[in-house]
Design a protein around this ligand. Structure first.
Ligand code: GDP
Length: 176
């Protein structure tokens, strides 16, 4: 079955987004603690596709060993999955572009792993700071990329963006 992976810096809002997408408040546990999802979790959705919850990256206080472990585990997974149709990379719309996010996207590109971007925590999508952060992020990406990947703007708090993402997944599933 097709797999769709979700990944982002810790605290980006991944657990909340997964819960919103699946309508199951207890599927992925939310927590303020960084690095809670440390293993790769698969959830079968509608008997049609697997949602793959990948461990977050970029915890400041984590040891070098942990970082290396993350690197090996995640990159092995991402580089080898035949059924991995898309990686959703979550980006916090409340903060300016972070180097680690750009680096990770560039890494995906180098390995020709298909990805899309989800801007999270956009409770007020018209807010000028949020708009500026998103625009700056896209401009940053354009420096290295000719074409931008599909982007989504979500708020788990306001339940925004669920339909768009699920439709996008449905379209890819149908096209293969
Ligand atoms: P994870 O570490 O990436 O899984 O992030 P979580 O889903 O646990 O969320 C991290 C923090 O951000 C929590 O305090 C959430 O309540 C908050 N958060 C997540 N999504 C949203 C959102 O859409 N809007 C707002 N305002 N806060 C959010």
């Amino acid at each position: 079955k097709p797999e769709y992976a979700f990944i982002g810096r810790s605290n980006v809002g991944k657990s909340s987004l997964i819960n919103m997408l699946t309508d199951k408040t207890k599927l992925a546990k939310t927590s303020g603690k960084p690095g809670k999802t440390q293993l790769i979790n698969h959830f079968l959705i509608n008997k049609a596709w697997f949602l793959v919850d990948l461990p977050g990256y970029g915890w400041a206080q984590v040891s070098k060993e942990m970082k290396e472990k993350w690197d090996i585990m995640t990159k092995n997974y991402l580089g080898q999955r035949e059924n991995l149709y898309n990686v959703f990379v979550l980006i916090d719309s409340r903060i300016p572009p972070q180097k680690i996010d750009i680096e990770f996207l560039n890494w995906l590109g180098e390995y020709q792993i298909p990805f899309s971007i989800i801007f999270t925590k956009a409770d007020k999508p018209n807010n000028s700071i949020i708009q500026s952060n998103i625009a700056t992020f896209k401009a940053e990406l354009k420096k290295g990329w000719e074409e931008l990947p599909p982007t989504f703007i979500t708020s788990s708090a306001k339940k925004v963006g669920q339909k768009e993402i699920l439709e996008y997944i449905g379209q890819i599933n149908e096209s293969v």
